[in-house]
Design a binder for this molecule. Sequence first.
Ligand code: ADP
Ligand code: ZN
Length: 747
Amino acid sequence: MTGGGSARYAEVVLPVPVSRAYTYQVPDALADRVVPGARVVVPVRRGSVVGIVNAIRDQLSAIRDIKPISAAPDEQPALTPALLQLGHWMSDYYGAPLGLALRAILPGPLWSVARPAGPGEASERVLALTQRVESLLERERVFKRAPKRRVAYEAVEALGGSAPIRHLTDQLKLSNTVINGLVTQGLARIDRHTETRDPFAALSSPPPASLTADQQRVVAATQNAAADTPVLIQGVTGSGKTLVYLDLLRGVVASGQGAILLVPEIALTPQTVARVRGVFGDQVAVLHSGLSDGERADAWRALRRGERRVAVGPRSAVFAPVQRLGAIVVDEEHDPSYKQGSAPRYHARDAAVERARLEGGARVILGSATPSLETLDLTRRGRVVRLTLPERVGARPLPPVDVIDLKTAPRVPEAGAIPWTEALDGAVGGALQRGEQVILLLNRRGFATFVQCPACGHVPGCPQCAIALTVHQTPAAMRCHYCGHEEPVPEICAICGHATQRLRGLGTQQLEHFVAARFPAARIARMDLDTTSTKWSHHHILERVARGEVDILLGTQMIAKGLDFPNVTVVGVVDADTGLHFPDFRAAERTFQLVAQVAGRAGRGPKGGRVYVQTRSPDHHAIQAAAAHSMEAFAEAELPHRTPPNPLYPPSVGLVRFVVSGREQGRTAAIAERVAAWLRRAGTERLEGALTVLGPAPCPITRLKGLWRWHVLVKAAEARALGRVVRAWRAKSHRAVTVDRDPVSLL
Ligand code: ADP
Ligand code: ZN
């Protein structure tokens, strides 16, 4: 396109992993709308895509062969200046291509060229159980000749009584014949859900009438703190942090500003949503992973137009287009789900701090009973203000924690290989007898961890990933927890042909079986990735617990977070050691957080409660500190492990991880060598020895989805040195290498 005289050009960033912007010509008709931050539709080699305008340039002489922008669908630019700058910050800090940083900021449906007007709603077929088959005996009878139907029935039951058919067939591999069988047998019916309902419309619980003295003190101290210094509210489990957030946000909203409340995805339970809606009603936009594209786009637009002023959601809600942003709360700020697992690999807590700064003084409030060591370190250096809620609401005591040594404690003989001690057994039995509720944590899903041949010791592994396959029972299969690879459970050993295979290790499915047999009258719900993959499954399960329809809730780390059920008097950690010995410097920290958090679910009501932690490492500082509910004790014992004379780890230094992956082992290792050499050279030649480079070494998970994995770790006391390295690497943009700054996992 050529034109006479002055022409305007737009630098457009496309949602692809390249570091540069593309230049397009701005047609006169679109000049008003094509401004920095605007969504535009532009032609590319094949078809067209949605991009974001990064900058406008006036140029006297026209550039040749520049295509014009085809459309600019929004009246207002999709990204405010602050959000566009936040994209630049993410790209620079994490060393990610700008296109990927901007792609993370706008929700998926807004990138669709096919439907620039916004997505519509598709209908969905749902299988709903119509009849309860309560007792085990009756189940045996009803499903006598149809074991697969029973599997299907129990899967839907575990999902809260209904589930989309697509989920049953695609994820759980149930056949249509089996599903239709349930319908013919009169046990279920098929519904068609077409209408878009606001899934949260009915949820609302009014806040407690008044704040406690401690809560008032923390609210006042937060309001008096300098607005540009983040506040950490370190409150023990059950200290009423949520009410403090809501009270602070009420002040923000009353002054005409908007706010964001970030929660770990799993904490988006009916409880949290109801509490927030109880204060803000229809001002709230809940951004949940279960929303359809249409619902998501609607919520985004309502916030962008200022019709809703409070956004609640997981990680990505840090980008919610809230107008006149006054505050961002990051609840459970230590939670690893705040870190994005793919580029731009941002941490929502750190992005929140940066966004607040860019918005011109929005306040950041971090909250946790078990803050990250990084945040605690910032409080020591005066960069974050620490406020504490040292007691539970109503002066309720924190529950006593019994640490049970699995090496010596008497076991229940019927439990076989399951670590089930008499102490835990008695506690669970007692609670059930008194009509109280029990939470059991086992942080490993599946039935058994793996299959092992008793004759030759062979353990079947995933053909793509260097990891043993996990045995699942419903549906019966061996599954890889990294790539999803599935194969039948072997009847004979693939190596030596031995006929019986032994199940080793313990997963939530097997625990559920055992507990059901041990306490036949108890109503049990299991919550892990396998029972919660549909839209509203968390909600369904937790609503049943809240209504008292579940006696024992058992599951993985999902059940450790945020739950507030006053009738839970016993919490059991069946095996506290599942993650304690991972080759990751955060293994102890994660274990401490997990055990302390799940312990905090007990004794929230007048009946009190008690926690039972089964472990083979009763003296480990993570277990000891969790048993004492003491963040201070944990930090004091853990920090020396990360400071000299031990190798330095965060928070003593900043960390960047370079992961190289490839089909061929030798080539992958060779690229990793070159990355390490480049980093060492950059460290000595350009950064005056500011970097410590470790590796290359094979990753602890040496193979994943068919790719070999090697990594190189880079440490530096100076954040600026790490920033320069990741930006220099970004310019090289090597496909086989991913860069992870401030990694939350080294596996
Ligand atoms: P945390 O998030 O700190 O673990 P929650 O916010 O879940 O704690 O609060 C624990 C319980 O105390 C909740 O049931 C909540 O309704 C109740 N609570 C909080 N503040 C008050 C208050 N001021 N008066 C009465 N009950 C309160
Ligand atoms: Zn795999």
